[in-house]
Ligand binder design. Structure first.
Ligand code: F0G
Length: 460
């Protein structure tokens, strides 16, 4: 059993408080399960004095100026926005790997495909461990260390565990990873091993891992770093601030995000609402969430229960990052959809594979879970929810290298072999570029080049 932390997780600072999303109870500290002591619902972090003290023009200029600074906190694309984050005690430095600072790419080819000329990707896969999780982890891991914990832990579909293991290692903490056996990509699993985590492959799914973690943190002095932890969401909020800064504080019409456990959509939505309330932006973009058809708990929650109660599902999708059937932050996500006027939509396995290949063909690349955004956009455009003249940001959550098996199977034509999707996969044929094994002669390579040119003369 690990040693007890030297300090309790209670943090008493005037700048921020914990508020229950259900009963509104305010508190200065949170227990290890990060649930309301009165009603057990999730907590969020609020800044009661921020609105009185914040000057939007000054904040924008301060954040911009920090691009010229070389201190560790200013080089972080998260801590650069520290006025909107919980403050660490003065003798604690954040654990940072220079997270954030991710590019905003134009997507001209995907724009043509989707019929939306103003299309961009905010690529969170360009973070230090290859996913958006790093922006939340820098904050939550720093607070774990400040609270005196020796061990941090998470349940994960792979990216959270990779990120947590890295930040724990950088911060001198030990980490415990709970992942569903056989249901996460090797690439993510190997990251956790490389960063020295104690990695447990549990014979269950993600939802089973998360349930077990919740029990564990009540019994052992282990700090949980899932997105139930509201410090994570505060860090992930900065994606929206950085995006708005990149757009010169002119909000886009739409932001489209993949939905799994629903922490990220909740975090981005929270940032947008705070930015509007502080006068950093004049109006809200619509934030929409896209899920895989086989892991569509939020879709069903909105359609069948009008967002009033969670409809859980048994999750099944090759986009393993979002293979989640019982999303913890569903209430926060429902609030964001309602507050911003966004919608939730689902996309099929074939649509995900197609969109992923199309994003890859732009030279951008992403993991399957991120590609649901483009697949979803195509649907939202057809439905008329997104208009051709409107600007759209797709949040790409994970790096292309996160799931190489998926890519190899796609291009070799094996991805849907023996599955119910096999027949429909014919539409993917033109996007496949399988590797070609040849004798090492110049002749053969030149012939291959000529054949490739003939088969696709319009390729630009
Ligand atoms: N995209 C990627 C690449 C992810 O890894 C995740 C979640 C999501 C989207 C969905 O984000 O859960 O905030 O709605 N991955 C988690 C993990 C669950 O353990 O890595 P969400």
């Amino acid at each position: 059993m690990p040693a007890s932390p030297t300090a309790t997780p209670e943090v008493c600072q005037s700048e921020y408080r914990f508020r229950c999303i259900n009963c509104g109870d305010l508190s200065d500290g949170a227990g290890q399960d990060f649930r309301c002591a009165k009603c057990s619902d999730l907590l969020e972090i609020v800044y009661p004095k921020l609105r009185e003290t914040a000057n939007p023009a000054q904040l924008k200029s301060q954040w911009k100026q920090r691009h010229l600074s070389s201190t560790a906190v200013d080089l972080s694309g998260v801590w650069r926005f520290r006025e909107l984050l919980p403050t660490l005690a003065s003798n604690f430095e954040p654990i940072t790997l220079r997270e954030g600072n991710t590019p905003l790419y134009k997507l001209p080819q995907c724009a043509r495909i989707a019929g939306v000329p103003h299309l961009f990707a905010k690529h969170q896969g360009m973070n230090p461990t290859g996913s958006f999780k790093d922006t939340g982890m820098t904050v939550a891991a720093s607070f774990a260390r400040q609270a005196g914990f020796r061990w941090v832990a998470c349940a994960s579909t792979g990216n959270t565990s990779a990120s947590m293991a890295a930040y724990a290692a950088r911060g001198g903490l030990r980490s415990l990873v709970l992942v569903p056996e056989g249901k996460i990509s090797w690439s993510k699993l190997s990251q956790a091993l490389d960063y020295g985590a104690v990695t447990c492959q549990l014979r269950t799914d993600f939802d089973g891992c998360l349930k077990l973690l919740q029990e564990l943190v009540r019994k052992a002095p282990v700090y949980q770093l899932n997105s139930i932890n509201p410090f994570r969401l505060e860090g992930q909020k900065t994606l929206a601030l950085e995006l708005l800064e990149q757009l010169d504080w002119q909000p886009p019409d739409h932001i489209i995000v993949p939905g799994g456990n629903l922490g990220n959509s909740s975090a981005i939505g929270k940032a947008l609402l705070e930015a509007r309330d502080l006068g950093l932006i004049s109006h809200l973009p619509k934030l929409s969430v896209i899920q895989a058809e086989g892991a569509n708990a939020l879709v069903r929650t909105m359609r069948e229960a009008l967002g009033k109660k969670l409809v859980s599902v048994e999750a099944q999708t090759r986009a393993t990052a979002i293979r989640i059937g019982n999303p913890a932050s569903w209430k926060k996500a429902v609030h964001v959809l309602e507050a911003t006027g966004g919608v939730v939509e689902q996309v099929s396995e074939i649509e995900i594979a197609q969109a992923k290949a199309e994003i890859g063909a732009e030279g951008i690349g992403c993991e399957p879970a991120s590609a649901v955004t483009l697949a979803g956009l195509k649907k939202l455009t057809k439905q008329g929810f997104v208009q051709p003249k409107e600007s759209v940001i797709l949040v790409l959550t994970g790096n292309v290298l996160k799931d190489p098996d998926y890519i190899m199977e796609f291009h070799r034509g094996d991805l849907f072999q023996g599955t119910q999707h096999e027949k429909d996969a014919a539409v993917l044929q033109t996007l496949r570029r399988p590797p070609i094994v040849l004798n090492a002669t110049l002749d053969v390579v030149i012939k291959t080049l000529e054949q490739a040119e003939k088969s696709d003369p319009t390729h630009t």
